[in-house]
Design a protein around this ligand. Structure first.
Ligand code: ZN
Length: 219
């Protein structure tokens, strides 16, 4: 099936009542024809006050209608995205994209509701490759000589990464560049380009990179 917005809306309302105690606020639901994901919940992170953290807001749920899927897979996709929404709308921080909190909720709903939600969706390999849920990004963490830290999102191609890795130290007083590969949506707000523009980070310990693999760039 290829779900309509009213189908997704009715499933959302039913599951909200059954699995989340009706606690999830309504959010805009959109259909997507993107190749890259089956479902997605996007939101913006707004900084709060001087010392406060971030607040997640402006939520949108997108469900893909590009691929014809069994109803059960569509419904599990809606539930998968509802778990992401549940965590984000409560302003919780998970240990990773499908971390401890996500898995706890997934297990709870699978057990009590007889569902089969997974962290990757039940698809064959070619569909999975086509419909990967979260966008992967390459991140440069730049340590400046004066002690400040900045980040830059660079396109995934190795020639772009090498170019940036070699050019940036000629423009700025940089002591070290660390490269990471991550699907954390935290980095979605930064433009991906090879421009020599580095975004300063006030508190580098807040960067969600603890579980991200490091890339070794041979110089
Ligand atoms: Zn997910």
């Amino acid at each position: 099936m290829r779900p309509t917005i009213s189908y997704i809306q009715s499933r959302f309302d039913e599951y909200n009542y059954r699995f989340f105690g009706g606690s999830l606020p309504a959010l805009p639901i959109k259909l997507s024809h993107a190749k890259g994901f089956l479902g997605k919940v996007t939101f913006t992170r707004r900084k709060q006050g001087l010392f406060g953290g971030y607040r997640n807001e402006n939520f949108v749920m997108r469900i893909n209608v590009r691929i014809d899927l069994p109803e059960e897979v569509v419904d599990d996709t809606i539930l998968h995205e509802m778990i992401h929404y549940y965590i984000a709308v409560n302003q919780w921080k998970d240990s990773s994209t499908h971390g401890v909190l996500f898995r706890r909720e997934m297990q709870r709903i699978n057990e009590t509701g007889g569902r089969h939600i997974t962290i990757s969706h039940r698809l064959d390999e070619s569909q999975q490759a086509q419909a990967h849920i979260h966008k992967k990004r390459v991140i440069a963490v730049v340590r400046f000589a004066d002690g400040q830290t900045g980040i830059k999102v660079v396109p995934k191609q190795m020639r772009h990464i090498r170019y940036w890795d070699q050019t940036a130290p000629r423009r700025f007083a940089i002591s070290q560049i660390e490269w990471y590969y991550t699907d954390n949506e935290y980095f979605a707000k930064y433009p991906s380009s090879i421009a020599m523009k580095i975004f300063l980070i006030k508190d580098p310990s807040e960067l969600p990179l603890a579980n991200a693999p490091r890339l070794n760039i041979s110089r």
